[in-house]
Write a protein that binds this ligand. Structure first.
Ligand code: C2E
Ligand code: CA
Ligand code: CA
Ligand code: CA
Length: 279
């Protein structure tokens, strides 16, 4: 296609056709994998400034029958475009709430919050609130331990509808975190109106925190902003102790990242808690 010259596109080049076929096949694979239960949730720990575990984030993994483990960045966009994120998101919510309900019975997991990523499409569905509520009551999960992570991009659409849904769930104790904060376009007036509990500093600002003064300034500004809005703030993608120390100096006292633990299977996550306890 490149030989056709700059800014020239042939409509049916073989490359494109392959892409279209791959896309359709991928969508089919997602469909059958939902049925075959080839998806699973990994859990990544969140800690406070004392190093105590305070929560976890559930991260979706796909055990593709042929390709093996596929990362969410590779299939979530396709799941969103095809609408398959709805059944997939339903599964994630049920699975996460079941796990959360089970955690109440164990001393090591009691009190941990569980954060679940919600896609824009899910939030848009008219029965979103009912679905979350019925999942909570069916599984027996403690709603005050369930945190829903939403992103800025979903807020632009219909802010009033979003606020209404958030309020309805907040009324039963569910909390909300604004994920990837700083990467989108949310205006401060939106931010003020949203019934949020937490801002998540995106990992792209944490990555070069120690060398890039702009990133450092952004991170510190987000912490101040969270403070003035009376929201808690957590940094994601924390890989080095020096990053944690700098974030702490800004007043960010909650962290998630490889420094504390990678996302792992439920079994590994439970085992890591035991090891920690026995140290
Ligand atoms: P996210 O919500 O921003 O999740 C954080 C991502 O950062 C995860 O990638 C996690 O594995 C990764 N991460 C955690 N600690 C570190 C670190 O110290 N360094 C670096 N470099 N990365 C770290 P993952 O698991 O590949 O997920 C990618 C994205 O896929 C998520 O980004 C989220 O947007 C989406 N996603 C994951 N699970 C779900 C889900 O159940 N539903 C929806 N709608 N989206 C999901
Ligand atoms: Ca296939
Ligand atoms: Ca997230
Ligand atoms: Ca994020």
């Amino acid at each position: 296609a490149k030989s056709a010259g700059r800014n020239t596109y042939r409509f049916f080049n073989p490359e494109m056709q392959t892409k279209v076929m791959e896309y359709a096949e991928f969508a089919n694979d997602i469909r059958s994998s939902i049925q075959n239960k080839d998806f699973l949730l990994y859990y990544q720990v969140q800690v406070n400034h004392h190093g105590e575990r305070v929560g976890t984030e559930a991260l979706l993994r796909w055990m593709h029958p042929v390709k093996g483990m596929v990362r969410p960045d590779e299939f979530i966009p396709i799941a969103e475009e095809t609408g398959l994120i709805i059944p997939l998101g339903d599964w994630v919510l049920v699975e996460a709430c079941q796990v959360l309900a089970g955690w109440a019975a164990h001393t090591l997991t009691q009190g941990l919050t569980l954060a679940v990523n919600i896609s824009a499409h899910q939030l848009r569905t008219h029965d979103f609130v009912e679905k979350v509520k019925s999942t909570i009551s069916k599984t027996g999960a403690d709603p005050s331990k369930l945190k829903l992570e939403i992103t800025e991009s979903m807020l632009l659409d219909d802010i009033d509808d979003t606020i209404e849904k958030m309020r309805a769930l907040q009324a039963i104790g569910v909390t909300f975190a604004l994920d990837d904060f700083g990467t989108g376009y949310s205006s401060l007036s939106y931010l003020k109106r949203l019934p949020l509990d937490q801002l998540k500093i995106d990992k792209t600002f944490v990555r070069d925190l120690l060398t890039d003064t702009q990133d450092a300034d952004i991170a510190s500004t987000i912490v101040s902003l969270a403070k003035s809005l009376h929201l808690s703030v957590i940094a994601e993608g924390v890989e080095q102790e020096d990053q944690r120390i700098l974030l702490a100096s800004y007043g960010c006292l909650l962290y998630q990242g490889y420094l504390f633990g990678r996302p792992v299977s439920l079994k590994e996550f439970m085992a890591s808690l035991e090891t920690f306890e026995n140290q």
